[in-house]
Design a protein around this ligand. Structure first.
Ligand code: HGY
Ligand code: MN
Ligand code: MN
Length: 414
């Protein structure tokens, strides 16, 4: 039986078009949640959804959905949901998130065009603020959708720029009428670039993602004393900058010594008064800890807390911590993972089961429906970087595997 395939040129064209939207004056791709640049991307996606003849729906947290409910199917009756996100980090690549949304739309358009008769509606979603760069926590839209955070609390989130999410969504026209969770998915599938080195290293074009690691985000504020860089003896310093530096090296040394998949990242750092000849009075930075094992993640958090106490005493500084996000590791639905492997094999594609190092909306939707993910290789394992790249044939292969799994999960003999 010849398997129908997606329209690869249409998918690649849309990926590149969406990738050109939301560039700053330096040409960097920056489409932060609910920003003016993200609005341009949202509007373009909405156009594609409506041109495809799908029902466009937006919920109160700004999640955007394209709904295909043919032949009298009731849109709300347990649809198969596909999706990801179109917001980006700062100076992003063009595939993270957008690939899963546009491939989901492509799969629905392909099935629609071939006259496929699904036994349930099929929906593609673009979740708000997956990246969490402007508002914490990340995966916010899917977290609200799955009941993990109230929509009111999410709309009240204050961004790193002092903006309020609810006001921004209203301003860009994406404070929708639907209650988050208004469609109860039968199952959820997310296609995404791996953003790591495994598939490329092993020459496997498809990853059947069976679990996703836990995430801990914290903001650490260290307060010392500003003083003269030239006249203050080292022994008399209460140096917030030095204390912050000791925390960063502690995290790296501990992650290496642990001999486990534990990773730790300090991605944001601000000094006050941030002057070349003034000992920093304040250092504010973020800590991103991740581990596939919840017990180890808890142990890393406890070790950091102990070290902060020690540093406060040794450097005579005051340290406070604010939790920004905390998600436990998630195991995906083994039945769907097996369908992904079977679909890959059906196309003669090698696949391998794997863990996701990155957070994804699937991690949240797995709270309300069986979920799984499909990965395609990332060249050099690079992501959250304009060098992020996946070859066209891998992008199309991933979309075809998604197509086959969707067809299987919506065929009445399933
Ligand atoms: O942080 C993450 O893993 C995802 O990119 N939001
Ligand atoms: Mn992503
Ligand atoms: Mn990302």
């Amino acid at each position: 039986m010849t398997l129908r395939s997606v329209n690869g040129l249409r998918l690649l064209g849309r990926l590149r078009e969406l990738g050109s939207v939301g560039r700053d004056e330096a040409g960097r791709l920056v489409r932060l949640a609910a920003s003016d640049t993200e609005k341009i991307g949202r509007d373009r996606l909405a156009q594609w959804v409506e041109q495809a003849g799908l029902e466009l729906a937006v919920d109160r947290i700004g999640n955007v959905f394209g709904i295909w409910a043919p032949n009298g199917l009731d849109a709300a009756s347990k649809p198969l949901m596909l999706g990801s996100h179109i917001d980006t980090v700062i100076n992003a690549g063009i595939f993270d998130g957008c690939y899963g949304v546009l491939a989901g739309l492509e799969v629905i358009e392909t099935l629609k065009a071939e006259g496929f008769d699904p036994d349930r509606p099929i929906v593609v979603g673009a979740f708000t603020n997956e990246e969490g760069v402007r508002y914490a926590p990340d995966m916010m839209g899917s977290l609200v959708y799955s009941g993990g955070l109230s929509v009111e609390a999410a709309l009240a989130s204050v961004g790193t720029d002092g903006s309020v999410l609810g006001e921004e969504l209203a301003r860009i026209g994406y404070a929708g009428p639907n209650e988050p969770g208004f469609l109860k998915p039968h199952a959820y599938l997310e296609l995404h670039i791996e953003q790591g080195p495994v598939l490329e290293r092993e020459g496997a074009p498809i990853g059947a993602v069976e679990n996703l690691q836990g995430i801990s985000w914290q903001k650490v504020m260290i307060e010392g004393d500003a003083n003269h860089a030239g006249t203050t003896p080292i022994s008399m310093r209460r140096d917030a900058g030095l204390a912050a530096a000791r925390v960063i090296t502690f995290l790296r040394e501990r992650a290496i010594a642990s001999n486990t998949p534990t990773v730790a990242t300090v991605g944001c750092m601000e000094f006050e008064p941030n002057a070349i000849n003034v000992i920093p009075s304040k250092a504010t930075f973020t800590v991103d800890l991740r581990d596939p094992d919840e017990e180890r993640l808890l142990a890393e958090e406890a070790a950091l807390a102990d070290y902060l106490e020690r540093i406060a005493d040794e450097e005579q500084v005051a340290i406070s911590v604010e939790r920004l996000a905390r998600f436990q590791p998630v195991t995906f639905d083994d039945g769907i993972v097996a369908e992904i492997e079977a679909a890959a094999a059906g196309r003669g594609l090698r696949s391998r089961r794997m863990t996701s190092g990155a957070g994804h909306d699937a991690q949240m939707i797995a709270r309300i429906a069986p979920a799984a993910m499909i990965f395609v290789p990332s060249i050099g394992g690079i992501s959250h970087n304009p060098k992020e790249h996946t070859p066209d044939e891998d992008l199309i292969a991933g979309a075809n595997v998604l197509l086959d799994v969707v067809r299987k999960l919506t065929s009445s003999d399933d």
